[in-house]
Design a protein around this ligand. Structure first.
Ligand SMILES: Nc1nc2c(ncn2[C@@H]2O[C@H](COP(=O)(O)O)[C@@H](O)[C@H]2O)c(=O)[nH]1
Ligand code: MN
Ligand code: MN
Length: 470
């Protein structure tokens, strides 16, 4: 795949073959994926989607994914036959990050660290399919799919202010629980308030460095502050919805005369029976994921209060696996677009009407986990942000899980983490090796490139104090 360096941190793949638009990769030379991981070919494949506009984008944390690369962003024109592709959202629909801040300094945390981490470990169900913080009836689950975190607050979980600090006020309005299969409902029923496994985590962190004092203040962050970051998504429910709709779209493509370079890019016009069915179910999964992070955050807040006497305030909650119908200007015209972000985070600029009043001047907080042994970051959206106001979502993998397990000694890793003062709870030896910091890119370099490319700005850097791994 030939890449042309257009400007620092921006590479272009010229349209060729079935590509309808160019590919644009935001990266430094060092962060570019190896040619043999297939993700640059995926950028080119996505550029062939019917109705795609401007470019097929990839963020600096990009790596290979199902159909779309992780770190991929693509928008299609809804009124010009543009398609939606479940592979452009991923199996963990609305996987995302929630950051909460404590009125506690890291100097006060050391002597209670073990106690807090033990409490968080007990309060956080994790692993494949086991346990949930909130046991719901089938009727309750349907309410939650329609109303997301708003339903949780209504039922006594957390406070109204939490909703203002959530993307979409805690729920998307276009969810259609009736589009969710019985199998997906069954899988989701006993998992509301659970982490899942692998890359999902609940981490206690400290603010280590502030890059922009004004923005950090607006987000409620100060140097040395203890925070809790939660990364998880829509569990078995989202996975089943993706599986159901990839199959359905795959079956309908020939009849609709649609073809794509890779079967994993199965898609349907947004404005079609299959497209609408997927988007309605996907939105229900998005509401599930937000409520999932919400109740985990409330449970974590109770533990922190019990041990330290201080509570947790929500900084922000944002997804990084979602398709959204948004209005953007393309070639001088306002268009209604279906924006896929898969392992990419929306980053609204200052002044955007969708931001709550207290964040409107600052821009949207963007939450970037790094790894359990390195830093994580808080960024902010900027005016003129490219890729439909999107940026990276993490460090991004350099090694597959399989490669990591083959090369990393889990016992040694656990010792090294504990030696650096990071309390580790949960996770099997295999799980720990899969998620080793060395299996990921350098998150500091990723966010510096994202900022250098004009996608966002850096606000604060956080370091881990303890982690509960899925
Ligand atoms: N702070 C931590 N970050 C972590 C950990 N495990 C993974 N990660 C980062 O999350 C992103 C997002 O993952 P994805 O599954 O949504 O693609 C990933 O790229 C890593 O940078 C952790 O334990 N702590
Ligand atoms: Mn996930
Ligand atoms: Mn994720």
């Amino acid at each position: 795949m030939e890449l042309v360096e257009e400007t620092p941190f921006r590479f272009r793949i010229e349209p060729h073959g079935a590509m309808r638009v160019p590919g644009v990769v935001f990266a430094s030379r060092r962060l570019l994926p190896p040619k043999d991981d297939g993700s640059l070919t995926q950028v080119a494949n996505v550029a062939a989607l019917p109705g795609i506009v401007r470019a097929s984008y990839a963020m600096p944390d990009m790596h290979w994914g199902y159909g779309f690369p992780i770190g991929g962003v693509a928008a299609t024109d809804v009124r010009a036959g543009g398609v939606v592709s479940p592979g452009g959202v991923g199996f963990d629909i609305s996987c995302g990050v929630r950051l909460l801040a404590a009125d506690l300094d890291r100097s006060e945390f050391g002597h209670v660290a073990e106690k807090v981490l033990n409490g968080l470990s007990r309060a956080t169900p994790r692993g494949a399919g086991r346990g949930a913080v909130w046991q719901l009836s089938r009727d309750g689950l349907e309410h939650l799919l329609a109303e997301g975190s708003r339903y949780a607050v209504e039922r006594g979980w957390g406070v109204q202010r939490d909703l203002e600090r959530c993307e979409d006020g805690g729920a998307v309005d276009d969810a259609e629980p009736g589009r969710v299969s019985a199998r997906a409902l069954d899988r989701g029923l006993g998992q509301v308030g659970s982490l899942g496994s692998g890359n999902h985590f609940l981490e206690v962190q400290a603010v280590d460095e502030i890059y922009d004092e004004g923005l950090a203040g607006a987000f409620g962050l100060r140097p040395g502050q203890v925070c809790v970051m939660i990364h998880c998504g829509s569990r078995g429910l989202g996975h089943q919805i993706c599986t159901d709709h990839v199959r359905r779209m795959d079956e309908s493509m020939a009849d609709r005369g649609l073809s794509v370079p890779d079967r994993q890019l199965a898609c349907a016009p947004v404005d079609s029976a299959e497209g609408r069915a997927y988007l309605g179910a996907m939105a229900a999964a998005a509401n599930y994921a937000r409520a999932n992070r919400h109740v985990l955050g409330v449970a974590a807040g109770e533990v922190v209060r019990e041990v330290t006497g201080r509570g947790l305030d929500l900084v922000y909650d944002i997804s990084h696996n979602l398709a959204k119908i948004e209005s953007h200007e393309v070639e001088g015209h306002r268009r209604t677009l279906c924006v896929h972000r898969k392992g990419a985070t929306r980053a609204l600029p200052p002044g955007h009407p969708e931001l709550p009043p207290d964040l409107r001047e600052a821009g949207q907080p963007v939450l970037i986990p790094g790894s359990m042994g390195t830093a994580s970051h808080v960024l902010a959206g900027v005016a003129g942000g490219d890729a439909f106001h999107s940026t990276c979502h993490g460090a991004g993998r350099t090694q597959s899980r399989h490669q990591a397990v083959r090369t990393i000694d889990a016992r040694r890793l656990r010792r090294e983490l504990e030696h650096s003062g990071i309390v580790v709870r949960g996770s099997s030896a295999r799980g720990l090796a899969e998620e080793a910091p060395t299996a990921y890119k350098d998150v500091d370099a990723v966010v510096a490139v994202a900022e250098g490319a004009g996608l966002c700005r850096r606000v604060a850097r956080l370091v881990p104090l303890g982690v509960v791994k899925g």
